[in-house]
Every structure is written in C-alpha cells, then in structure tokens.
Design a protein around this ligand. Structure first.
Ligand code: ANZ
Ligand code: ZN
Length: 818
C-alpha cells in the first residue's frame, strides 16, 4: 500500500501546525481552560524511547480535550541546568551553554517531528537569564521569610561529582547520578525549610486521593514519615543540661537500660569522658566513611563505643550507661535514644553485642527477649513498670506515662518527621547562582532586586573541573563585590542551586512566560492553574513532586497564589524496556528511537507505545511490533480513500447497523480515554476499522453515509495517537484543517441501545419459552439462558439432556433423555 507516505505527511503537517499556530493557547479564549503538563525534559542529547512513551500519553489528553471544546494549554520547556552539560564542557573545553543549547536544538526538532500538540510559544529554558533571574528572586523571598537559611552539618558528599547531594538524591547509599558510594562531609550549606510544611504536605494529600497514583502518595507519606511519641529528658551525671530523646514508645521507659548517642551528633563529643575520648574519636572517623542507609540496614552489624558517662532515667532515677552507636542517626529526633532492648530489635542486637542489660517490661507471653534474642513488640501486660503495672494496652500506658512526664517537667508528647530540610546548595558551575553577598560586617546580604540576575561568570573547560569547592570560587573578579548594605569589601556566595529549585516553579512561568515584572503574573496563573493533568515518571515521586508542592504552599503564603496544590491529577507512565531489562548502554539493549521513526514513521511508533499496555505499566519493546501498527494505520488510511458519500452527507440516512457500531465506539472511546485506558481505546479504534472495512466490502458499500460517519470518527480517534495519518485522512474526507480543530462527536443515545431478537426454546419439539437475546449470542450463553427458564425446567422435570440443537440466535431445541 503506497497511499500513505509517512515522511511526507510529517513534513507537511509540522509546517501547517506551526504556521497555523494550531496549538497556541490564548489567554483571552473564553472557553473552559485545561492545563496539560508534561514533566519538562533535560536536554541530554536527543529524544529517546522514554520520552516517546511519556509524551505520547500526555498528548492523548491534550488532543481529546481540545476536540471536546476546551481551551487547552500544553506547554513545553527545558530543564536546562545540570551536571551532564558541565561534564561535557570539561571534556570538550567549552562553555556548558554551548552543549546545552545545541542539544536543545536537536531535541526540539525531534519533539516537533514527534507530532505533539505543544504550544511552542511558551517555551522556556531554566538556564536563560530571563528565567533564572526569577529563580533568584524566589530564593530571596524564601530568604526573607526565614525559609532559606545556612547551617553547618554533615552532608551527603559524592566523591566523584565533588558536590553535596540532597537526601533524596542518594539511592541505597549511592549517588543518584553517577553511582559512587556517597560519604559524609561537614560543610556549611543552604537549606530550604521544607520541614515547616511537613504536616501540611501530609494533610493536603487528602486533596489528591484518587487523583494521584496511590503508590506516589504512599511514597510521599513514607518520605515525610510522621511519628507520634514523646520527648523524654534524661539527666547526665556531671553535666547541667539534660539530654532529650525522642521515642515512639514512652510506655517502655522502665525498660530503658542504656542510652545511645549518634557518634556524629555534637552531643557525643560534648559528653564523652576523657578516658573514652581517644577510642571514641577513632570510632567517629570510621563511621564518617559510611552512610545513613548502610548504618540503618538490618544486615549491618551495629557497632559502638562507651562514652564513659551515665544518664538518669527520669521515672525511676536509675543510672544507665551512655554509649555511642552508629545505628542512631544524628539527623533524626535528637540524635540520641533511650534503648529498650527487650522491645526493640536494634537495641537488643546492640545490647547482646556489648553485654548490656535487657529488661522486659511488657509480657506478651512470648519467651523472654533476654534469652531468646528476639525483641517482643506486641501487646501484653506491663511488668516491672511501677505505675503502669496492671495495664495491658499501649494507648493507656502511653497516656499515663506522658501525663507523669508532663507533670514532672521531664517530658512531653511529641510528633517528629523523617523529612529533613532541603539541602539546596551545590558546588557546581552550571546552575542558578545563589543571590547572596557575604559581608564580614553585615553577614548574609541579599543582592538587591534591581541587580538581579546574578549572572554566571564566563568559565569554561578545565576551570569547571570539580575541586570540592564551587568553580565560581575561582572567578575572583566576579566574586569580589562591595557589600550592598555597607559598601565594604564582600564576596558573592559561590554555590549554585540544586536544579530541583528550577523545576519547582516552571509550570507557573508557562502561564506568562514573557512576563518581565515578576516570576509570573498572578492573574494568568489564576487563569490556568492548578495544572489539570500532570504526566511524568514515578522516579519523581519524592523529589520533584514534593518540592513543587512545597513551593506552591510557600508562594501561596507569600500571597502570590490562592490554591494549595499545583497538580490536580497525576499520571505516571511506565518505562520502555527491552528484552525484559531497562535499556542501557552496558547491556547493549538500547533501541534507537530515531531509527524506529525513520523506518515506521512517527504515527506507528506512537501508536505502538500507547497500544502496548496500560499507561502506568512498563512495556517491553521486544514484544511490540511497530510494523503491524503501520499496517493498521495504512488500513485506516485506505478507508478514507474509499469513502464515496459526499462531505456533509446526512448520516441518519445511512446503514443503521454500522451506525450503531460507530456510536458505540464513540461512547466507549470517550470514556476509556477519560479513564486513562488508552490502550483499550486503541483496540476499539481497530475494531471500528475492521467493521467499516467489512461494511464497505460486503454489505453497504462505500457510498453509504454511515461509512463516511464511521471513517470520520476513526480519523478523530486516531488523531489522539497517530496525528499525521489522522490529518491526512481528514483532508481526504474534505474536513477543514486541522483535525485538531474538529469537534469530538457525542454518541446518539438511540444508537446505543443494544439490539435484541427473540430466541425460541423448544423441549421435545414443543415451544416452552421465548427469550429476548442479543443477535450475536454464543452457544454457551444461549443454552445457559434456556436452561435457567422456569418453564423449560418444568418441561424437563429433572430429566437429563440427551441432545441440543441450536440455530442461533433464533432457536434452541432440547431433547431430554429418560
Ligand atoms: C524507645 C523504643 C522502644 C523505641 C521500643 C522503639 C521501640 P520512628 O518510628 O521511625 O519514628 N530512634 C529515635 N531517634 C533515633 C535516631 N536518631 N536514630 C535511630 N533511631 C532513633 O522511630 C522512632 C524510634 O526510633 C524511637 O522510639 C527510638 O527508639 C528510635 F520498644 O525509643 B524508640
Ligand atoms: Zn556589609
């Protein structure tokens, strides 16, 4: 079949859409607005299979909503700062901007070829001055509110990339980017106070329930990690200040037989005795080489050293030894714990290693943990617990002990979160400079608004190589500036921001991309936001999606927005894998998207990825056949060539049977797409194509207006997945270009009622029942219905069936045995 030339159609319609501005969204278009957002790409080189799937999914919704009469905004831009550009610049001795903008050009061509209904007039690059100036401005708003601050601390450090990483960028102890083992380093760094919003980030998830994938909500909940319990104060012998510990089980306080302090918590260094100090310091050096994930893993053998001091249990005055141990983390709770080895396995493992006492305070009926080595965590009777003895439920025990602690002034109920503040400074070049000037007299001074943006200095090649401090620190002229407050000698901050800062607000910028008076124009954000449908990978469940939610809440509190959540609905597309494995260079199982597009055309590839399975599932390229997708598209295209009824012919004069098929397809496909079941919708289009071909060739012929109706809808439905062939079909059918501007039909109710016909049931040749059945009833279903009928049962009177004769759908005849 040579009727459809994919390459020619691609070139033709790309030009048409661009000149016609088909997909440009207008703020003053009064129709109801819909905002469809794809996670914006990093310009890594060219479009790849992962993009091919993700962007195909988002386009389905953008396109159906447009045809359904919404004013759709579907923007695109580039997450353009980041390490790969910088590494390439070092390799090629050039500026990261060159690599970045060159990649954007290449990738943009591919995006355009891919036929997405994107509004290119709103395109943005996060590395443009016009963009990062506002990233800096937003940083300063946060700074003003005390939501951006600097502190010393042990941070995750990637020895290869020579930069710090946020907790979220460390995966199982490894750098998210390069796979190196992450270590700890003490540095003074910038943080965003996301923990101020921990509770709200949790609470507002109720607005997202049922609209975001459950697993993303679960991951966020888990990441925020709310814990309820108590702060308990233990006095330390020979020290004025008590130590406060966080526990989720204050009811086990009588079983606390030692205390453990994180080795890297400042407290450990403060309280360690002189005799114990040398061993402690050696131990600390060892611990610094490991990371939090290793330290908490259950397989990890817990290590520790005594600190040579005692703590006093506030409820019974008992003296307990204080140890330092690596399974306690400095960044959680207070960095110190009361150990209850009988009822906490970690504590029990530690106690058994170092011969520390174990005391059971809840008798669950299980063996004593002191001898079994297995901590008991269930309910039971409180023992050895003074005022709790006799109780047997955790809730009242907790209540009673907290009341006592509060009355004595030695503790209180508490809530903690696992979420840490967001570490945002990076010691790399290709990012947004932090707009702060450090003055020896005035401290941290914001760069005045009229001096934004703080532009990156012109560094390239070797000057960007990682040295453990930011490359910006070597740009002396750039760095040395007068203090904006006192005019004295001062220095710019030389760190740049985590690129997740850039991506925490880009979706607001799209609403007024050229706005020069602020990050975005509030009235335009109000027109379009929140985003109706966000589409992107589940790998962003905790980082980007949590940060963007946080930014939205802060911007709301700054009075710049009036809603709580940025993304009303979220769709996570799956991954494209090959031969059962993620595509990777090392496995050599990568599939070159460009080659596939050249061979089968854009439409066939897009249809293939959408048809492969539910959008959220991973799809295995090895199981798919773009060649058969192409053949299907050619069959569909040929229908449009065959249609003989004139444009505008009244379909109601057409064949009723085919019309019913078409209208059932309209109803089902509309619903399937709305429900995100895109692959099933494709299957329905295929059925419609087959039914229409059969009608043309064997029943009604090409001149029937019902055929035209069927083919017109086929083209519209296909335009969601295969826009080029759909445009070509629409043109052949005489429709006004573009098909994207056509009106999505509604199914006529009268054509949706299922056909019924009368089926006669005979027993021994006598008619016993007349049943209404569907004309395509199966043999099994017909027999089942016949035998369920009471009159038939009475006639059979319990006799077995010897034989049945069926002439479907008209008759079932039953011959009973004796
Ligand atoms: C005594 C106790 C007895 C505990 C018991 C548990 C069971 P979640 O639920 O994750 O919040 N903990 C507190 N701070 C810690 C730190 N910095 N590093 C490691 N562990 C820490 O965990 C809270 C529990 O983890 C706390 O409750 C504390 O141990 C420990 F039968 O206190 B528990
Ligand atoms: Zn100053």
């Amino acid at each position: 079949y040579s009727g459809y030339d994919a390459a020619a159609a691609e070139a033709k319609w790309q030009r048409f859409w661009a000149e016609d501005e088909t997909f440009v969204a207008h703020d003053d278009d009064p129709r109801e607005r819909r905002y469809v957002l794809d996670m914006f790409p990093y310009p890594s080189g060219d479009l790849h299979m992962g993009h091919a799937e993700a962007y195909a999914m988002g386009d389905v919704l953008a396109r159906i909503w447009r045809m359904q009469g919404y004013n759709v905004m579907h923007p695109i831009g580039w997450d353009a700062f980041g390490l790969p550009a910088e590494n390439a610049a070092i390799r090629n001795d050039e500026h990261p901007a060159r690599w970045t903008y060159a990649n954007i050009e290449t990738q943009k061509k591919s995006f355009k070829r891919y036929g997405l209904s994107l509004d290119w007039s709103r395109e943005l690059h996060t590395c443009d001055e016009e963009y990062y100036r506002w990233t800096q401005w937003l940083f300063l708003q946060f700074f003003d509110k005390g939501l951006a601050y600097r502190k010393d601390g042990y941070v995750n450090w990637c020895p290869t990339d020579q930069t710090v990483l946020a907790n979220e960028q460390v995966k199982e102890g490894l750098c998210d980017r390069c796979g190196s083992v992450v270590t700890k380093r003490e540095l003074n760094q910038w943080y965003f106070r996301i923990t101020d919003y921990a509770q709200e980030l949790l609470d507002d998830m109720s607005q997202l329930e049922g609209k975001w994938p459950d697993r993303v909500l679960a991951m966020q909940r888990n990441w925020i990690g709310r814990s309820e319990g108590a702060w308990v104060q233990f006095a330390i012998e020979g020290r004025d200040e008590p130590v406060t510990v966080f526990t989720t089980r204050p009811d086990t306080l009588y079983g606390a037989s030692f205390m453990v302090v994180a080795p890297d918590a400042p407290l450990a260094d403060e309280i360690v005795s002189d005799e114990c100090r040398p061993a402690f310091e050696a131990y600390l050096e060892k611990v610094k080489k490991t990371n939090d994930i290793e330290r908490q893993s259950t397989e990890h053998v817990k290590t520790g050293v005594p600190l040579g001091v005692s703590a006093i249990n506030p409820v019974n005055g008992e003296r307990i030894p204080v140890w330092s141990g690596d399974y306690v983390l400095s960044e959680y709770g207070s960095g110190a714990i009361m150990a209850v080895p009988a009822h906490d396995q970690r504590d029990l493992d530690f106690a058994r290693t170092y011969g520390l006492p174990v005391r059971m305070v809840i008798d669950t009926g299980e063996p004593d943990p002191a001898s079994s080595g297995i901590a008991t965590t269930g309910d039971g009777d409180y023992v050895n617990s003074a005022l709790l003895d006799g109780l047997s439920d955790v809730a009242s025990a907790k209540e009673r002990i907290i009341a006592k602690l509060e009355a004595d002034g030695t503790g209180e109920s508490a809530v903690t979160y696992r979420l840490r503040d967001w570490l945002l400074s990076r010691q790399r070049f290709w990012g947004c400079p932090i707009p702060i000037i450090h003055c020896p007299d005035c401290g941290e001074v914001p760069v005045p608004e009229d001096q934004l943006p703080v532009r990156l200095p012109d560094l390239r090649g070797e000057a960007l190589a990682p040295k453990g401090v930011s490359p910006l620190a070597a740009a002396t002229e750039w760095k040395q500036v007068p203090c904006p407050r006192c005019g004295g000698d001062a220095e710019r901050d030389t760190d740049t921001m985590d690129t997740f800062v850039d991506s925490s607000w880009y979706f607001f910028r799209y609403c007024s991309p050229q706005y020069a008076e602020g990050a975005f124009r509030p009235e335009q954000v109000r027109l379009w936001s929140p985003v109706d449908q966000y589409v992107g990978g589940v790998e962003h469940a905790t980082m980007h999606l949590l940060y963007a939610r946080f930014f939205t809440k802060v911007l709301r509190d700054l009075g710049l927005l009036d809603f709580d959540e940025p993304f009303t609905r979220l769709l996570n597309q799956g991954q494209v894998i090959n031969k059962g494995k993620a595509m990777s260079k090392s496995l050599g199982n990568g599939v070159d998207l460009g080659a596939q597009l050249d061979e089968y055309g854009v439409d066939a590839v897009r249809l293939t990825v959408v048809f492969a399975g539910p959008p959220a599932d991973d799809i295995d390229w090895a199981d798919l056949s773009p060649a058969s997708s192409l053949r299907f598209l050619q069959r569909a295209h040929r229908l449009a060539q065959d249609v003989r009824a004139p444009h505008g012919a009244d379909p109601s004069a057409g064949d009723k049977q085919l019309r019913k098929v078409t209208h059932r397809a309209i109803a089902e496909i509309t619903e399937l797409v709305a429900g995100g079941r895109f692959n099933v919708a494709v299957a329905r289009v295929m059925e419609l194509v087959n039914a229409t071909r059969k009608a043309i060739d064997t029943t009604v012929g090409a001149a029937d207006p019902a055929v035209r109706e069927a083919v017109e809808f086929t083209a519209q439905a296909l335009s969601l997945f295969a826009p080029y062939v759909a445009e070509e079909m629409w043109e052949l059918l005489g429709g006004a270009p573009s098909i994207a501007n056509s009106t999505w039909p509604t199914a006529e109710d009268a054509l949706l009622v299922a056909d019924e016909t009368t089926m006669v049931v005979q027993v021994q040749g006598k008619v016993r029942a007349k049943l209404q059945v569907s004309p395509d009833i199966t043999e099994d279903a017909a027999l089942e219905m016949a035998l369920a009928d009471p009159n038939v049962q009475r006639a059979l009177n319990g006799r077995p069936i010897r034989k049945t004769i069926t002439k479907l759908p008209r008759m079932v005849s039953i011959v009973p045995g004796t």
